[in-house]
Design a binder for this molecule. Structure first.
Ligand SMILES: Nc1ncnc2c1ncn2[C@@H]1O[C@H](COP(=O)(O)OP(=O)(O)OP(=O)(O)O)[C@@H](O)[C@H]1O
Ligand SMILES: [Mg+2]
Length: 218
């Protein structure tokens, strides 16, 4: 195991369905790493750049316009390409750890498994939009959609009330079950990269699991 001083910065993605605790735990994990003297950038998709923020607003505040599955896929891809080029790669080059709230696997789970877009195409678009960057580790927050959606509904989002229309949160249970299955399929296909976090646990238990997983990368 490398000593703290030798470590090469890692790229870790936090994945999972709505309300699974990604944003909560990424904040705690970033604080914890910083306390250990490890430089860390916590970022999110879509977002993480000015262009990504604009795209995020378009995706989350829809209502006045329609976004079909294909356009949605391409918007996420555009946000990711800019995010990797402008934010993630420079941070890794500066030896900062990067913790990213959703990344390419989310596109595969939502637009591929969830909306049924062609898996081969989504995979190749993911590689293109990620500039072929692959996470060193992916923590999959696995939780039943029932619990996740209930948590997400209780959360104060800071968005305008009419943005209760995050379309994903209004979709059927079946859609969210497909997402969950999709993520688990991805994890099974790449067991070296994925670690499954039992996200139904209480906050401290989950926090401990995340720390254990990050420690494995030191
Ligand atoms: N382990 C936990 N137990 C109970 N509640 C939790 C736990 N972790 C987070 N929460 C609460 O659940 C809500 C959703 O958590 P959070 O926003 O972190 O999920 P998320 O995975 O980022 O969701 P989204 O995909 O919608 O962004 C928040 O109100 C948060 O405080
Ligand atoms: Mg979140």
């Amino acid at each position: 195991m490398a000593m703290k001083g030798d470590q090469v910065a890692k790229f870790v993605t936090f994945e999972g369905g709505e309300g699974s605790g990604k944003t909560t735990q990424i904040r705690l994990a970033a604080e914890w790493l910083r306390e250990r003297g490890i430089p860390v950038l916590a970022t999110a998709e879509p977002g993480g750049t000015p262009l990504g923020q604009k795209i995020r607003e378009i995706l989350l505040n829809r209502g006045a316009w329609t976004i079909g599955a294909e356009a949605e896929l391409l918007l996420f891809a555009a946000a990711r390409a800019q995010h990797v080029r402008e934010t993630i790669l420079p941070a890794l080059a500066a030896n900062q750890w990067v913790l990213c709230d959703r990344f390419a696997d989310a596109t595969f789970a939502y637009q591929g498994f969830g909306r049924g877009l062609d898996a081969k195409f989504v995979k190749s678009l993911n590689a293109f939009s990620s500039l072929s960057l692959v996470p060193d580790r992916t923590l999959l927050f696995d939780l039943s959609p029932e619990i996740g959606l209930a948590r997400a509904k209780r959360r104060v989002t800071g968005l305008r009330p009419e943005a209760a229309e995050d379309r994903f949160e209004q979709e059927e249970r079946a859609f969210h079950e497909r997402i969950r299955k999709g993520y688990l399929t991805l994890a099974a296909a790449e067991p070296d990269r994925f670690r499954i976090i039992a996200a139904a646990g209480d906050l401290d238990t989950v926090r401990g699991e995340v720390r254990d997983q990050l420690e494995c990368l030191f």
